[in-house]
Structures are given as C-alpha cells and as structure tokens.
Design a protein around this ligand. Structure first.
Ligand code: SF4
Length: 417
C-alpha cells in the first residue's frame, strides 16, 4: 500500500546543499588510490553543475545512518561509558587559497541561535575557508579517560571487508583526525579516536582505535574490536591523511579558478571506471560520462610510450600467457570433475578432506522479439512505438574499455638474441 510511495516522498524532500568544504566530504589520496569523495564530482559541485536528484532509497539510507547513530548513543548511555559533547561544533582549521563565501550552519543554529531568524543570524555564520564540522561526541571511560568518538553505519559487505582487514576506511579515519586538530586549538588534549562502525544489516559493531599525531599528521591504527569476534591487532601507520585532504580541496579550488578563466569547465581525470560503485551512485554520473565516446575518439593512437613502459608491458604479456595456461588447465580439470560426477550419478561428494558440490542456478532472460510480438495487440495506434522509445530511453550507455597488450613478433626475435 505505501511501500512504493515512501522512497518517492523521500526523494521529493531531498535538497542538494551548496558546495562547501566539510570534514564528512574529504577526498584522500593514499598510496595512489582515491578514498572518500570523487575529486571530479567535487569539482562539478564547486562549479555549480546541477546534480541528478538523489534516488529516494539513497535518501532513506542516509537518514537511517543518523538514526543508527542516535540508537548507538543510547546504548552507550546504558553502559559504564559516558558520551558527552555530542554534535559540538568545531572549527578544524583554515584551508589556504579557498575563496568560498561564508555560509550559515543550521546545526549550530539549532544549538545557539534559535531565537534569531536564520536569515538574520550572524552568530552561526561560518567563513568559507574554514573547515567546520560537528563531532559525534567524546567518550569517557570509568577512569575519566577520554577518546574522540565517531560513528558510522554501513552496509554488510563494506563492514565485512573492514573486519577482514581487506581495507581500512581511510576517509572515515581522516574525518575525526580533522576534528582533533580543531579540538587541540581549543586546548582539548585528545590524541585517540574511537571509530565505531555499525553493520546496518546484522546490528554487529566493530570499533577501530586510532592514535593521531596532530603535529606530524600521522594516524596510527592500533586495533579493531568486533562485537562478536574479539580483538584484532592492526598496527598500521597512515601518514598525511589530513595533508592530502587539504591538497584536494585546494586542487578543487584551482580547477574552479581555471574554469572561470577559460570560460568552460576544467576537470580532473575520472579516477573510477564507469561500472564502479562510485560512478553508479554519483549524482553527476550522467554529466561526467555523457561525452566520453567523443573524448575516446580524440585520444592519440600509436603514441610512443617510452622505455619505462616497456618493462610494464612485458610483465603484462608474460602474466597473460601464464594466466591463459592456468585457465586452460583448470577448465580441463573442471570438465573432467563434472564428467566423473555425472558418471557416478551424484552432484556432490567427498574424497578425504576434499569436497565437491554442483548447484543448479536458474536464470531467466527476456526474449525481446517474443515480448514485442505478444504485446503489440495491447497498444493502440503509435502505442507500441512509444513503448519501444520508453524501453530504449531506460537503457543507459555503458562504456567498457578493453585493454590488450601484445608482443610484436619482430620485437620477440630481438629479445631472444
Ligand atoms: S561519475 Fe564517477 S568519475 Fe565521474 S564524477 Fe562521478 S564518481 Fe567521479
């Protein structure tokens, strides 16, 4: 009755806030990888490109994260720990070179300026070049030792990847590091952060204990604790997370200034592939990829790549040859295993410590020709063409780039000699 209406209502309610530098919107380049917000999306935002409306389901997911934070805070209050300074406003630091206008902080206004109408309130105005944010709180244990508390509620798969130590949530770590810099200026001598992460699907928690050296800008990730599986030692040093975030905000500003000078958008390269989850969720995805076919056509062909590239390409050809050999061998082996199972009339079995199992998955696909032929009589004049257009419009262009590296025969002969 209302299931289909709710995401639509959420979608209507959503409004895009103007670009500003914010701790929750950090981009960090760590070991050559981009973490947090896509730098190209940030430039689109800075330049005022209209974002696509946020799908209602995403709005609900984001809202849910806020409620998970409140629920966790309630559980903490029932524990021996004390949580205070929730949503306290922090001016972390100035980011040199930023020319954004001053803005009004609604969160501060709810706390301090309620009696003044927001449009006239000067109390809660924030300079555009100061990184301003609100902490989730400060956690105090029974011995009165304090830790900066940051809460995130995330999906099951990301949660699992973090617990399996396949990846650290770099952007989530950089955010409270920024707050610690602001707190130090207020003479609050905190050095540790507890990043508490809730699995929205299973209600499991994990926390990551981080020590941050404000002067050296090094986050030391000490250990992780899971609500069901105990502790895991991490011991990883993450240098320059805040430094990198500052550089990225400054780069965005430079792209903005350059775009103004030349009168058209100057953008950083796309750091992600079109089929990545980042591009899937991006509100500027359509704008970003719309001219990609033309861009690709204009790229140079047969470019001289230089000697440094030679070794990389050779490694790729060697690995590809090994991979194809292994793949072929594996396919032969698997075909044989299938045959043996069929001969033995079984679909699963064991041999010593090894087990084998075959499962049957039924996939359905639409036969478009049959669909058109069968539905044509349901439409009036021109209706079928209209349906075909709607169907076509619903398909988005997907760019799949294939990379092929080959070794030319002549070159091979030279290598052998
Ligand atoms: S579509 Fe992808 S590459 Fe483009 S701005 Fe968005 S996240 Fe970045």
């Amino acid at each position: 009755m209302i299931a289909s209406i709710l995401p639509k209502v959420a979608g209507i309610e959503e409004r895009h806030e103007k670009y500003r530098i914010r701790p929750s919107g950090v981009t960090v380049i760590h070991q050559g990888e981009v973490y947090g917000r896509c730098p190209r999306a940030t430039v689109y935002d800075r330049l005022g490109f209209e974002p696509a409306p946020m799908p209602g389901r995403t709005v609900i997911l984001l809202e849910d994260a806020g409620f998970h934070e409140l629920l966790t805070a309630d559980w903490i209050r029932q524990s021996p720990y004390r949580l205070h300074s929730e949503q306290m406003g922090i001016d972390c630091f100035e980011v040199p070179g930023i020319t954004l206008p001053a803005w009004h902080c609604d969160v501060c206004h709810r706390q301090y300026g309620r009696l003044i109408p927001a449009e006239q309130c000067q109390l809660c105005r924030q300079p555009g070049n100061v990184l301003h944010g609100h902490i989730d709180g400060i956690l105090q244990d029974i011995a009165a030792a304090e830790t900066l508390y940051e809460h995130k509620a995330i999906n099951h798969f990301s949660f699992q990847r973090i617990w399996d130590h396949q990846e650290l949530p770099i952007a989530y770590i950089a955010q409270p590091c920024c707050y610690l810099i602001g707190l130090k200026k207020l003479l609050v001598e905190l050095t540790e952060i507890l990043l508490v992460i809730k699995n929205k699907m299973t209600a499991q928690y994990l926390d990551i204990l981080i020590e941050y050296d404000v002067d050296k800008d090094i986050a030391y990730v000490k250990e992780m604790e899971h609500s069901g599986y105990g502790k895991r030692w991490i011991g990883e040093r993450l240098p320059r997370l805040v430094g990198s975030a500052i550089e990225e905000w400054q780069k965005t500003e430079r792209y903005y200034q350059q775009s103004k000078e030349v009168g058209k958008a100057t953008l950083p390269l796309r750091p992600f592939e079109q089929d990545s989850w980042q591009c899937d969720y991006c509100l500027w995805g359509k704008t970003c990829w719309s001219g990609y076919e033309e861009e690709f056509k204009d790229l140079e062909e047969n470019a001289e790549l230089g000697e440094d590239f030679r070794g990389v390409l050779r490694d790729e050809t060697v690995l590809a040859a090994e991979e194809s050999f292994v793949k072929r061998k594996r396919k032969e082996l698997r075909d044989n295993i299938r045959k043996w199972l069929k001969m033995m009339e079984c679909k699963s079995g064991r041999a010593g410590p090894f087990t084998v199992e075959t499962t049957l998955e039924v996939r359905e696909k639409i036969d478009l020709e049959e669909l058109y032929a069968n539905v044509s009589h349901l439409f009036g004049a021109g209706g079928l063409e209209q349906f075909a257009k709607i169907w076509k419009d619903a398909h988005k262009k997907n760019f799949v780039e294939t990379l092929r590296v080959r070794e030319e025969k002549e070159d091979k002969a030279k290598v052998k000699r």
